[in-house]
Design a protein around this ligand. Structure first.
Ligand code: FEO
Length: 397
């Protein structure tokens, strides 16, 4: 492998996973990478490992830079999720002289994942430092970004921040740096990643970024654990995260998410969309069985209103709608308005079920909702159109 150098003595030794398309139900159309970094000074530190299935590649990359894994003095575990740590048991056996560091929660999780041999992990907390000689590593706990164990590692003299999952993207590419890849793809994938992984933690993101600013850590490079490394303009992704987390990029537009059985709910969705368009407001329709939840959630990040439509099946909502609501109520995007519509043949139940689920998640629901029986009449289509018009007033006011 051509050496990938971030700074003198700091190398990328990760692996690229070109073919992954399902990352715990997040559809990764562009693959991903698992980034690990080797920092060589008087002492050598490995920051994070990779998925166990790719561990041989990690070992090969490290071996190109050092004569033996026994030369690794420290292994830093920024995060225990298995895409970063499942290679650790293999690496820890080869790097048998290495001390392993994680947060206290990280140590607990490592023992539970990989057994008692990880009782030897030493714990670090915010502000702790490890000297490698001329270089110093310092740590910043980042609980829930995005697991309780998460932390950032910062190389003080080189001004390199390794924030693990934060600021990443599921993007496999031959370029390793932000100046080597297409900028539109990069920011699209960064938004998709933020939307599907970090949305629930928006307030914590704002707080953590403010904390880093207050610590006055100069940052030359942000080296996350997935995707490209930000060296040309590291603040671009920090500012984007602040904008996404505070809702600054939300546009006056409506995402209409629905499924349909015999086309009635589809007709409703289109009529509502026409009503919205008549007021000069943008809307997008997403039929659930034609669109990945991953992409819908990304669209929702920058939409003010979300309308969800479902036919009634067996007195409840359609299964695809139920799956979508399970996903989105878990992600809990903040500051949205939610409306519901649907059709039924007998006694109804889909709209009632959707509203209940949304309210239980703390979503702000626009009422009344729209429901109709069997196939929409012309009058009912007009009612849906008018509902779309009324929805735009929520945006305008
Ligand atoms: Fe990339 Fe939370 O793991």
């Amino acid at each position: 492998m051509t050496k990938v150098s971030l700074k003198e003595g700091i190398s990328w030794v990760g692996v690229i996973d070109w073919n992954i398309r399902d990352f715990h139900d997040y559809v990764t159309s562009c693959g991903t990478s698992y980034n690990a970094y080797l920092i060589q000074d008087e002492k050598t530190a490995l920051v994070d490992t990779v998925k166990a299935t790719f561990c041989n590649e990690l070992i090969a990359h490290i071996s190109e830079l050092t004569t033996s894994l026994e030369k690794v003095d420290y292994i830093i575990v920024n995060h225990v999720e298995m895409d970063h740590s499942s290679g650790l048991p293999i690496i820890a056996k080869l790097a048998k002289n290495a001390k392993i560091y994680a947060t206290a929660r990280g140590r607990e999780e490592l023992i539970k994942h990989y057994g008692a041999e990880f009782e030897r992990v030493e714990t670090v907390k915010t502000g702790d430092k490890i000297s490698l000689g001329k270089k110093t590593l310092t740590f910043l706990e980042a609980p829930m970004l995005h697991w309780p164990d998460s932390m950032f590692t910062y190389v003080v003299e080189d001004k390199v921040l390794m924030p693990n999952d934060a600021f990443g993207q599921h993007l496999a590419s031959s370029g390793r740096f932000d100046d080597e890849v297409d900028q539109v793809t990069l920011m699209d994938e960064a938004l998709t990643y933020y939307s599907n992984i970090l949305t629930p933690f928006a307030p914590l993101i704002v707080k953590k970024i403010q904390e880093v600013i207050e610590m006055q850590l100069p940052i030359d490079i942000i080296a996350p654990s997935h995707g490209i490394i930000w060296r040309k303009d590291p603040m671009k992704i920090v500012n984007a995260y602040m904008d996404w987390a505070t809702g600054k990029t939300v546009k006056p537009k409506v995402a209409i998410v629905f499924d349909t059985m015999w086309d009635s709910t589809n007709k409703m969705a289109r009529a509502i969309s026409n009503g919205i368009a008549s007021q000069g407001i943008e809307s997008k329709l997403f039929k659930l069985r034609c669109t990945e939840n991953t992409d819908i959630v990304t669209e929702i990040t920058n939409s003010k209103i979300v309308l969800v439509g479902s036919p009634t099946l067996n007195n409840g909502m359609f299964p695809s709608v139920s799956m979508f609501l399970t996903y989105i109520t878990g992600l809990k995007p903040k500051g949205k308005l939610w409306g519901f519509f649907g059709s039924y043949g007998w006694g109804g139940g889909a709209v009632r079920g959707m509203v209940k689920m949304a309210k239980e998640a703390g979503f702000e629901v626009i009422e009344p909702n729209v429901e109709l029986k069997w196939v929409p009449t012309e009058e009912e289509i007009k009612k849906c159109f008018d509902y779309g018009v009324q929805i735009t007033q929520k945006i305008k006011t």
